[in-house]
Design a protein around this ligand. Structure first.
Ligand code: TYD
Ligand code: MG
Length: 457
């Protein structure tokens, strides 16, 4: 129903990136995704939310030299892994988005936080579950709920009103898809509602200094949910990865205005909530006996922390004319490139072979240092020769088959040594002054040299 003086019109929004268009399109010109445009009715001529302020205070420009410097105010969430990936606690007045597929553990983690920090007065807004359901979950998780307030509400205006009255130390909103604002006519969960809701919450956070954790769903294809739309608005994005049927979950920082990105934390889903796994190497390296072919260990770095994990490959004769290439947790194009390098620079004919690649623990890897382990796992499976279990790899493979040095090689080496590896292969172009305590460092210059050293000795 249109209000006097207003008109409604149809607009198409890209559900992946939020691009707005007056007509339907098959492919979004902004993010290049197909079939993501969804129709929404918007009201024109209506007062925009930007015209009012909840606090009513007008802000004035200040001289840059008068702005206080020093580090931001950080609040510890009493969860070492979450604090670490946020860069040392949540910054006052920041809006942090936790995204992930349904059932992965977003609500569990965000409820565990206030239960572990009884000193923080927390407002937990649930638009998905009733207060009783949240209570049942909190009983299961245990902890101290004496300072945690549950608010089952989906109207952003009421939520902000309540938050103004209560002035919590921390606010959690589960989830952005269920929230709606009166400013927009379209249904909760639509692109324009999500965008407006987040903007209102951001304004509240900035005006009051209350940090907000916002939860957003993302489907397998990344559609409908829209956390991508929110990435521009929020201060930090933490993304849950992993298989919701398995027990390990990876929380990765993909944007952080107050810290480094690509930090990663590993959690285990237990009967009483998410347990922090502070040493991921222990879980990502083999759980099988020695002598299995097709596996290689890579020393990788996520943000600032090195850890080791297993790369698994299976090479078999193609059953049909065209060989299949499939990779889980690794870029298929990069896999194809590495296979081309093996063929052209080292003479291994893999074009008639199916190649399957898997990263242990449901990890998604984009650290180029993993190339060497990928190549070794593929060759190990192709030759059916196992790689000694005390051996690991850290090197990037270039198009001419050269092994290139990777960042922070020394930290990868010391982590490998700490976890009990006896040999690590790195690029011969790595700095000469690398310390190697308790571990043999083998330097190789190109793929043929690597193969000779590993399989033909
Ligand atoms: P949930 O946090 O509700 O997921 P999301 O909010 O991301 O949709 O997690 C739901 C799953 O976690 C569900 O399959 C049950 C499981 N779970 C446990 O295994 N242990 C627990 O202590 C809790 C609370 C949930
Ligand atoms: Mg949930």
């Amino acid at each position: 129903m249109a209000i006097a003086g207003t008109k409604t019109k149809s607009v198409w929004f890209c559900t992946s990136c939020g691009y707005e268009s007056p007509k339907w399109m098959g492919k979004c010109p902004s993010c290049g995704e197909w079939n993501t445009m969804a129709e929404e009715t918007v009201v024109t001529g209506k007062k925009k939310s930007g015209d009012f302020s909840f606090s009513g205070e007008a802000r004035k420009p200040v001289h840059l030299s008068d702005v206080g410097s020093g580090s931001e105010d950080r609040i510890s969430l009493n969860n070492a892994e979450v604090d670490r990936i946020l860069g040392g606690g949540i910054v006052a007045g920041s809006l942090v988005l936790i995204g992930g597929e349904p059932g992965i553990g977003k609500s569990t983690l965000s409820l565990q936080i206030p239960l572990n920090c009884p000193s923080l007065k927390t407002l937990y807004v649930s638009g998905e579950e009733s207060s009783r359901q949240v209570k049942m979950r909190s009983d299961r998780l245990g902890g101290d709920n004496s300072n945690c307030f549950i608010f089952s509400e989906t109207s952003v205006e009421s939520i902000i009103q309540e938050a103004h009255n209560m002035m919590p130390d921390l606010m959690i909103v589960d989830s952005v898809q269920t929230m709606y604002t009166r400013n927009i006519d379209s249904a909760a969960g639509s692109v324009s509602q999500i965008r407006e809701t987040a903007a209102l919450l951001l304004r509240f956070a900035k005006e009051t200094g209350v940090p907000i954790i916002l939860i957003g769903h993302i489907t397998k294809e990344g559609y409908i949910a829209g956390p991508k739309i929110l990435e521009h608005i929020v201060d930090a994005v933490l993304q849950f990865e992993g298989d919701s049927s398995g027990s390990y979950r990876i929380l990765r920082s993909i944007k952080n205005r107050f810290g480094s990105t690509s930090e990663l934390a590993v959690f285990e889903m237990t009967g009483t909530g998410l347990r922090q796994v502070s040493n991921p190497s222990e879980l990502l390296i083999p759980m099988h006996e020695d002598g299995l072919s097709g596996t290689a260990i890579s020393a990788m770095l996520d943000g600032t922390r090195p850890f080791l994990f297993e790369v698994q490959a299976l090479v078999s004769s193609a059953a049909y004319g065209t060989a299949q290439r499939s990779a889980t947790g690794f870029d298929v194009r990069r896999l194809n490139m590495l296979l081309a390098v093996l063929e052209k620079r080292a003479g291994f004919r893999l074009s008639a072979k199916d190649v399957f690649l898997n990263m242990a623990g449901g990890l998604k890897i984009n650290d180029p240092a993993c190339d060497m382990a990928v190549i070794c796992a593929i060759l190990s499976s192709a030759f059916d020769i196992s790689i000694p279990s005390d051996c690991c790899f850290a090197g990037e493979v270039g198009l001419s088959g050269e092994i290139r040095p990777v960042s922070q090689t020394d930290r990868r080496i010391s982590e490998a040594s700490k976890v009990g590896f006896r040999k690590i292969y790195i690029s011969s172009f790595s700095p000469a002054d690398i310390l190697s305590e308790g571990i043999e460092v083998i330097r190789v210059s190109d793929v043929p040299a690597l193969v000779r050293s590993l399989f033909r000795s």
